[in-house]
Design a protein around this ligand. Structure first.
Ligand code: SAH
Length: 325
């Protein structure tokens, strides 16, 4: 199966019947297994602050949501949690937050340094939003390995509507700066945003490939009741799987997670995605009291210790005939 498509070709592929699309899913699985075997990488996700200065209209953390109780973990507690995750077998931790000005660039750098000093082998991914190019270089100097910043949607008009305080050009410039800083670059986008089209999703796929992203998360949009988009329908799980399968063919070696949002929408589809190109899963290691407040979209969360969470996710992966690493 070919691996270079135009936007028009990708749009047609996305619109196919289930039967016609099946060969793409099968090809994605073959390419994924050729690169990663049956292995699924398990990564720890620590959501350390839900304060955010931005107004992204789909996100429950946006600063206009006054109903949300806000929390912020102390740097010491973040480092302790990262150390605990490493000691439970995680080799990567993703530190994610809203755009919280409390954590200056220097503080984030110090956090990375402290984690690296305590557990040098733990790969650290930051996912804290938009910064200047020099700041991404500084994170790299402090020891950060990766940075995750999704482009969210490449439809520029839609991007503008959804992000009153940013623009698409700026978002892409950030991704390019992350790449230029020598950080592994994580991107991705949402499926099913209001007014999004299949041609728009085709462009999203090409955008991820053009960076090119080293990892990319594609998840369905889930309406949050305390946002302006609270009454909109959620994105399609089928289309999410199709987008991940096509991304696997466009970027054979990229790390493609089964996003948490897909699991929240439909657990069975989340299982299926590991046979359609996905090779990564993120497991939350956020302390329980905070996990329920990190509401980018509504979801139920179990309160589990880091060890128990790790055990459960490994079990889940083995049940699917895959090998957790
Ligand atoms: N502030 C960071 C982290 C954002 S939250 C940043 O700007 O990168 C992490 C991801 O959650 C976002 O990139 C977005 O793709 C996803 N997300 C936010 N709201 C969502 C919603 N309502 N439904 C599904 N995914 C959502």
């Amino acid at each position: 199966m070919k691996q270079k498509w135009s936007q028009e070709e990708l749009t047609c592929l996305l619109a196919q019947s289930d039967e016609a699309f099946l060969p793409v899913l099968e090809a994605a699985n073959r390419v994924c297994e050729a690169n990663f075997g049956k292995e699924v990488k398990v990564r720890a996700l620590l959501e350390f602050s839900n304060h955010c200065k931005r107004q992204c209209r789909y996100c429950g953390l946006n600063c206009r949501n006054r109903k949300l109780a806000r929390f912020r973990m102390e740097p010491e507690q973040i480092v302790e949690t990262a150390v605990e995750a490493a000691d439970c077998g995680y080799q990567t931790i993703v530190l994610q937050s809203g755009e919280d000005s409390f954590y200056s660039v220097e503080m984030l750098g110090e956090l990375v340094k402290a984690i690296k000093a305590a557990r040098p082998k733990l790969a650290v991914t930051l996912s804290c939003g938009e910064f200047k190019a020099a700041d991404y270089r500084y994170f790299k100097e402090c020891g950060a390995d990766r940075y995750l910043l999704k482009h969210e949607t490449s439809d520029e008009t839609l991007y503008q509507e959804l992000h009153p305080d940013s623009d698409f050009g700026q978002r892409l410039a950030c991704q390019k700066a992350i790449k230029a800083a020598g950080l592994e670059t994580g991107g991705g986008f949402m499926i099913g945003l209001p007014h999004q089209t299949l041609a728009g999703i085709a462009k999203d796929l090409l955008t991820v490939a053009s960076i090119p992203c080293d990892m990319a998360g594609v998840g369905p949009f889930l309406p949050h009741p305390d946002t302006e988009l609270g009454n909109e329908p959620h994105g399609s799980a089928t289309l999410t799987i199709r987008a991940v399968a096509l991304l696997r063919l466009l970027l054979p070696k990229a790390n493609l997670p089964a996003t948490t949002a897909l699991g929240v929408l439909d657990a069975a589809q989340k299982d299926k995605i590991f046979c359609c190109g996905a090779n990564v899963i993120m497991q939350k290691v956020t302390p329980s009291d905070y996990k329920k407040l990190y509401q980018i979209y509504p979801a139920e969360f179990k309160s589990l210790s880091i060890t128990e969470g790790r055990r459960q996710v490994e079990e889940e992966i083995r049940r699917l005939g895959r090998i957790p690493v």
